[in-house]
Design a protein around this ligand. Structure first.
Ligand code: SAM
Length: 329
């Protein structure tokens, strides 16, 4: 990115990629995540197999990358196929971070343990919907606990601090669904590759987990409904007798305008008010506090009652969890 920035300042070929943002302020370049778009576009060329010289300079399993060689090759590619890169850069960066399930699971287990009921799980802002399958993954939660089938195809390790979550809870997911205003359609090869391309190329473990979760999702045929969260949560996540209904999300709240946040809060409160002991309703979310976007919290509000609890402080990609909750059971 340093070299690409210098290339723009020197009037080099990278300028052509920036035409869409010719009049943009520095702030809107960052809001639009233009650096992420450019690195994603180059990574996409690597993943496609169409840029072997660039791929040779990129990191791979057991090999770190060579940034100087990568920039030399990237610059040649920018000169050779600018339209391909411009086209990729027109896509809003979208990721789906599977290891966030290592954070969310603490909320799901707590609801299962405290209600003693099967779970209905509804995810908003699900992107490709990979975290819908949270109960099919294997978790190694530091040295404190493990959860899930030992032979699961998706394995997630995280540094866990504090008490373990209630891993002895009886977990049965009887219904699951997800929505996104722009779902990533995993049946489309280009959409799958774009999802991979937006992961930093040197974070091989994230890419491996993503691949495994995509394969699992395809095998399960799981899907994400195209809908705005407010209308979807209102109609789909109503409490139902004999199960605990969980509405959850991760790294989603900040993308909604304040009026949608207020509308969604009203929907959640109305579902909470309708909840009962035999039809409880839970709101589980992994989001940053408003004043600190770099750190994340896992919070649970459980109705009837509606008490809000800070369950954990967590790493934005789920690399670590600092569990704070002492439980109520
Ligand atoms: C940063 S991504 C997080 C994806 C996923 N939850 C995860 O943790 O990997 C945020 C997602 O929220 C979706 N989103 C933003 N506003 C939305 C809305 N009003 N309704 C539904 N989805 C929305 C975006 O399309 C995007 O897929």
């Amino acid at each position: 990115m340093q070299s690409a920035g210098e290339d723009v300042e020197a009037g080099g070929p990278t300028v052509a990629l920036m035409a869409q943002w010719a009049d943009a302020s520095a702030r809107s370049l960052m809001t639009d995540a233009v650096p992420v778009r450019l690195l994603g576009a180059l990574h996409d060329c690597v993943l496609s197999g169409d840029a072997p010289s660039l791929a040779a300079a990129y990191p791979a399993e057991g090999r770190s990358g060579d940034t100087e060689a990568a920039w030399r090759e990237a610059r040649k590619l920018i000169e050779a196929v600018p339209d391909r890169l411009i086209d990729f850069m027109g896509h809003e960066p979208q990721t789906n971070e599977v290891r966030r399930s290592a954070c969310l699971i603490g909320g799901f287990l707590t609801v299962a343990k405290e209600t003693g009921l099967p779970l209905r799980c509804f995810e908003m802002g699900a992107s490709a919907g990979l975290n819908q399958l949270w109960d099919r993954f294997r978790y190694v939660l530091g040295s404190q606990a493990t959860w899930g089938a030992a032979d699961a195809s998706v394995s997630i390790e995280t540094d866990w601090h504090g008490l373990p979550p209630p891993v002895d809870a009886d977990v049965q997911v009887v219904e699951r669904a997800a929505c996104d205003r722009k779902p990533v359609d995993l049946t489309e090869p280009m959409a799958r590759r774009r999802l991979r391309a937006f992961v930093w190329a040197d974070q091989i473990d994230r890419i491996v987990r993503l691949e495994a979760a995509i394969a699992l999702s395809q095998a399960e045929g799981s899907a994400v409904e195209c809908s705005d969260a407010v209308a979807w949560a209102s109609s789909r996540a109503t409490p139902a007798d004999g199960a605990a209904t969980i509405l959850y999300h991760s790294v989603f709240w900040q993308y909604m305008p304040p009026e949608s946040q207020a509308a969604l809060r009203a929907v959640i409160k109305s579902h909470g008010d309708a909840a009962s002991k035999s039809a409880p309703f839970a709101w589980v979310r992994m989001e940053p506090p408003p004043d600190d976007l770099a750190n994340m919290e896992l919070r649970l509000t459980l109705w009837p009652g509606g008490d809000e609890r800070l369950l954990a402080r967590v790493h934005p990609h789920g690399a670590s969890v600092n569990w704070l909750d002492a439980g109520t059971v």
